[in-house]
Design a protein around this ligand. Structure first.
Ligand code: MN
Length: 505
């Protein structure tokens, strides 16, 4: 199943306490926890199902529930809350074995102090203020990455942070065991799309394996004509076709072939249970065209994609698609293609040879055939469209040799200064934060790739949470970026990872 059904996934809500206070207090703690879980599920502020788990009061049951969380196929992470004080040595063995991401919700059941009625019973029941610190000490003592969210649980800002983190945890869950098909190898001589696939599997949980183009061609050739016929009707209903690919048109055969390629690719990915894939225009033996609209539509269906063998970006695009499930805006594979360098109006035109995802399209999508200058194949079919203005982000992942690095750069999508009648590809125009010269210089200092995951659904905060869960270095290029400080951050991080990796590398 390539699409994510959010409600199939669970986050476990685990409350910490202890036996010291007696049964009455523990009953109240349990009731309050259940009320929070119900409240969060009812308002729909959490993307997955929040599941109440019994209040934890001792090391044995804590170890047990952590192991259960590890073994649960649908549990994407734990939301933990210390309603009272919960001595943190009780948590050591459980936290040591826990493999799932943790969020520490530093809240309390009541929002306000009941100034008129507060007594010591109330104080003993509502101790998150210091109970949360004891628990936090242990997580810090164990050098455990986690999200800390502070505020009342009904607060919109708190719920937004929960939503963002749960989406990041879901994308991480999706990466575990994910299979990426690398159809063909890397584009020859290109550096940044390469990397250590073994290390990626160790750190991130997804596997990247190579397939010959012939493996795909077998599926493409096996597509029966009646499916192609039906599929052409679907394409005609969805897109505005240029005249020469209409029925009877001069290049109708190009469209038929493109439809065959799309169905064959879809069958191939389905049969191997892949959630992301790469192609390369240098290896198309047996395919009559570079897959253009096929890749575009498969991305729209939810597959991660990277061109020219770029498996890191394919994995990233898939993760961003999972994070953005059900949100407005889309996510696409992207490339910084060319610049507009007019002072004060600098912007980037993002596109690719063909493969931009229609999930980010606004307005009509036109289906067209044009010559492709490279690859030496038949003219490929592609979907051409523009993208609505609004906030977006570009994200990139590189293998720096001793670690993977993620770069996150928010941007503002803007209209093109003029229509682009001669540009036969989907395109986006954006102004990066804080401005193009700073953003591009920082990106280049950080070794940022030319390929990115671009999204108008996923926030920088989600990417930050995802990087934390994944344990990947993350650098932000945003309104606060200053090149001099940014270069220092890179140098300090080099030192940090050198030591923290220890003998691992
Ligand atoms: Mn490229």
């Amino acid at each position: 199943m390539i699409n994510i059904e959010l409600k199939n996934y669970e986050a476990w809500f685990i409350t910490g306490s202890q036996h010291l206070y007696g049964d009455e207090v523990l009953k109240k703690v349990a009731a309050d926890s259940q009320a929070i879980v119900k409240g969060l599920n009812d308002v729909g502020s959490v993307p997955v199902k929040m599941v109440y788990k019994p209040v934890q009061t001792g090391p044995e049951s804590i170890s047990r529930i952590m192991q259960e969380a590890n073994n649960s196929e649908n549990c994407i992470g734990l939301v933990t809350w210390m309603h009272t004080f919960s001595p943190a040595k009780m948590w050591i063995n459980g936290l040591k074995v826990l493999k799932k991401p943790i969020l520490h919700l530093h809240t309390q059941f009541n929002r306000d102090i009941p100034w008129d009625s507060i007594d010591m019973d109330f104080m003993n029941l509502n101790q998150s203020a210091h109970g949360g610190r004891e628990y936090g000490f242990m997580l810090s003592r164990m050098r455990r990455n986690r999200k800390v969210v502070v505020g009342h649980w009904k607060d919109a800002g708190v719920q937004k942070q929960l939503d963002e983190w749960l989406r990041a945890a879901l994308a991480w869950h999706d990466w575990q065991g994910m299979k990426i098909a690398r159809i063909g190898d890397n584009m020859r001589q290109v550096a940044v799309t390469e990397g250590d696939k073994v290390e990626a599997e160790l750190e991130f949980g997804y596997s990247v394996n190579g397939y010959g183009i012939g493996d795909l061609v077998d599926y493409v050739n096996a597509v029966p004509d009646h499916r192609i016929k039906e599929h052409l009707q679907l394409l005609e209903s969805l897109y505005t076709l240029m005249p020469d690919i209409h029925e009877g048109g001069e290049r109708r055969s190009n469209l038929k072939e493109a439809a065959r390629i799309e169905l064959g690719m879809s069958d191939f990915l389905d049969s191997g249970d892949f959630r992301a894939f790469t192609t390369t225009f240098e290896d198309l033996h047996g395919l009559k065209q570079l897959p253009g609209h096929a890749v575009q539509r498969l991305m729209e269906a939810g597959y991660g994609f990277g061109a020219e063998g770029d498996w890191k970006t394919a994995a990233l695009v898939r993760a961003m698609k999972v994070m953005g499930t059900g949100l407005n805006g889309g996510t696409s594979f992207m490339e910084d293609y060319t610049y507009h360098l007019e002072p004060e109006k600098m912007k980037v035109l993002g596109a690719h040879m063909l493969e931009i995802c229609p999930s980010i399209a606004s307005g009509d999508i036109s289906m067209e055939v044009h010559e492709l200058g490279i690859g030496g194949k038949d003219d490929p079919v592609r979907l051409v469209f523009d993208v609505e203005s609004g906030p977006g982000i570009n994200v990139s992942v590189m293998d720096m040799g001793d670690r993977f690095r993620m770069l996150v750069n928010p941007c503002r999508v803007v209209p093109a200064d003029k229509p682009l009648p001669n540009l036969p590809v989907a395109r986006v125009v954006w102004e990066p934060e804080p401005d193009l010269p700073t953003a591009a210089a920082a990106w280049i200092h950080a070794g940022g790739a030319h390929h990115t995951g671009f999204s108008m659904a996923v926030s920088a905060e989600m990417m930050e949470d995802f990087a934390d869960v994944a344990g990947i270095e993350v650098l932000f290029i945003d309104e606060d970026t200053n090149i001099r400080e940014f270069k220092k951050e890179i140098r300090w991080n080099d030192l940090y990872y050198h030591f923290s990796n220890g003998l691992k590398k």
